[in-house]
Design a protein around this ligand. Structure first.
Ligand code: 5HY
Length: 243
């Protein structure tokens, strides 16, 4: 089985962190590769960033289809381009927000999300509304650490754990969802400090893709996720023309 983890931003060091989290959970006989798109934003912290991350990740999916990849993880908490990626892919495509929120609902009564910048909270709530029944997501909290500072700022773990503890008390939740792929390496230490399930979406999505491929199911090609109709794209997107 071949799984491809795509970091929709273009920061290689973050792709390496994401790969370590995914590689830690793959089973025997699973080949995993983590890719950084050839184009896109250095980090995704706005709707503009998210929109501009999509062509690069779609190009990585198209390449994966040529390479015979069985399933994909979209390793950005905004789950950018998820539906478009599913139109291109024959195998399953799972976003890390989607995976983390579903895993959280399997192990608790209500979860809180701890994410990066305050301005990304709206997107997390949008995704919670899509993936979770009302009341499952009890709160979304921002630690106000920029995505790329997560790797270098020595206070990250302390601040994320402190905010998570506040969220558990204030929201009355019993599970924490890490709201950024760049927080994947905090999961074990945060779990030990908080004493509640802390979900890293990168690991959760990798295991979900592995399970779906093992189940022998891929993305349905009947209806909405059928291949997009062939047409011309112009300018910078001319190369996205479908066969
Ligand atoms: C992520 N941004 O997981 C999101 C997190 C966020 O570049 N990778 C990014 O803040 O929305």
């Amino acid at each position: 089985m071949r799984i491809r983890v795509i970091n929709p931003n273009t920061t290689e060091s973050m792709t390496a962190l994401i790969e370590a989290s995914a590689r830690a959970v793959i089973g025997p006989g699973v080949t995993l590769d983590a890719v950084t798109p050839a184009m896109g934003p250095a980090s995704i912290e706005s709707h503009y960033d998210e929109a501009l991350s999509v062509p690069g990740l779609l190009a990585a999916i198209a390449e994966g289809e040529r390479d015979g990849v069985d399933g994909y993880v979209l390793a950005c908490f905004g789950d950018p381009g998820l539906d478009a990626a599913r139109e291109l892919a024959s195998g399953p495509v799972v976003g890390i927000a989607e995976a983390a929120m579903h895993a959280a609902m399997l192990v608790g009564r209500g979860f809180s999300v701890v994410t990066t910048l305050d301005r990304t909270r709206g997107r997390a709530w949008d995704l919670a509304a899509r993936y979770a029944p009302p009341g499952a997501c009890r709160g979304v909290h921002a630690c106000d650490i920029p995505v790329l500072a997560l790797e270098s700022d020595p206070t990250v773990l302390k601040r994320v754990v402190a905010l998570a503890r506040l969220a558990l008390d204030r929201d009355g939740s019993d599970v924490i969802v890490l709201g950024c792929a760049g927080m994947a390496d905090l999961c074990a230490a945060a779990t030990a400090e908080l004493g509640v399930p802390v979900i890293d979406g990168v690991a959760a999505a990798t295991l979900l893709v592995q399970s779906l491929v093992t189940l022998g199911v891929g993305t349905s090609k009947r209806g909405e996720y059928a291949p997009p109709p062939a047409k011309a794209y112009t300018g910078l997107l001319a190369s996205f023309r479908r066969p």
